[in-house]
Design a protein. Structure first.
Lengths: 172, 108
């Protein structure tokens, strides 16, 4: 698939079919996430793939942004202890969430190429999700990504372009 | 109706609402009304699954679900949609008994 096609046609999907997603496919899209760049090549992200319906149900209870009953959820986490050891305070507070976001975008596009729908979710209770996923203290969930066969094709939201891109200097 | 199943579904809904309440302290204010109508939709869905349905509740759930995600794309459209949901509530205020739901409230 041509990369611009995936970038332009990917949508945030909030309705999913119940069809389970096979493990090989999930491994491929998470592998794409691992190929994202990271500050100082830190690679301190961790990915927890959740497919058990009961566990997804529990995640849903403490994640208001997790909508539409996906058959899989990928929790993109950061090992903040490792991030601090690699990159100091900047690594822990600035690079770690940015790296998670870059990994998430790779995952979203790879999933689209697999014919899957996704939604990146920041609306969840971090401590509750950490408990449900048995994360150690040093590991923090940054984003949840719902994954499944899409049951909808949302229209693209408007893209604001005026005044967004500037050359050379910020003029106006 | 399986009371244990119903209790679990209501527990999940309560958890969703409580977590929403906490998260809304830090989230975009527009998500407040969105979470409220989404919770209403989830409540109606539970009632439908447990055999406590009425056509007016189902109609409201359909109205809610049809437009709730406009919150993500256009605040003005979302506000208009919420007005329309409230209008639909008024439209169905007196329709409960005739639609197989609870008896209509008595006005004083």
């Amino acid at each position: 698939m041509e990369v611009y096609e995936a970038i332009r046609n990917r949508r945030s999907v909030r309705r999913f079919l119940a069809d389970p997603i096979d493990r090989e496919t999930l491994d491929r899209i998470v592998d794409a996430a691992i190929w994202a760049p990271s500050g100082g090549n830190a690679q301190t992200w961790r990915f927890v793939i959740v497919t058990e319906p009961e566990r997804i149900g529990k995640l849903r209870t403490v994640s208001p942004g997790l909508l539409g009953g996906p058959p899989a959820v990928v929790a993109i986490c950061q090992d903040l202890g490792a991030a601090r050891a690699k990159g100091g305070a900047l690594g822990e507070t600035f690079l770690a969430p940015i790296d998670a976001a870059m990994a998430a975008q790779n995952l979203l596009l790879a999933a689209y190429a697999e014919g899957l729908g996704t939604c990146a979710i920041g609306s969840f209770h971090k401590a509750a999700v950490a408990r449900l996923l048995n994360l150690p203290d040093r590991v923090e969930p940054v984003l949840l990504v719902s994954v499944g066969r899409p049951a909808e094709s949302p229209d693209p939201p408007k893209r604001r372009t005026e005044g967004v891109v500037l050359y050379e200097v910020f003029d106006g | 109706m399986d009371k244990d199943v119903l209790e679990r579904k209501v527990f999940d809904l309560v958890g969703y609402m409580a977590t929403s309440g906490r998260n809304l302290l830090d989230e975009t204010p527009l998500y407040g009304p969105f979470r409220l109508v989404d919770a209403a939709s989830r409540l109606i869905e539970i009632l439908e699954q447990e055999g406590i349905a009425s056509s007016r509740l189902s109609t409201l759930r359909e109205r809610i679900d049809a437009g709730k995600y406009t919150v993500m794309v256009d605040a003005d459209r979302f506000a208009k949609y919420l007005d329309e949901v409230v209008e639909a509530v008024v439209d169905h205020m007196d329709g409960g008994a005739s639609e197989g739901g609870e008896p209509p409230r008595t006005r004083t």
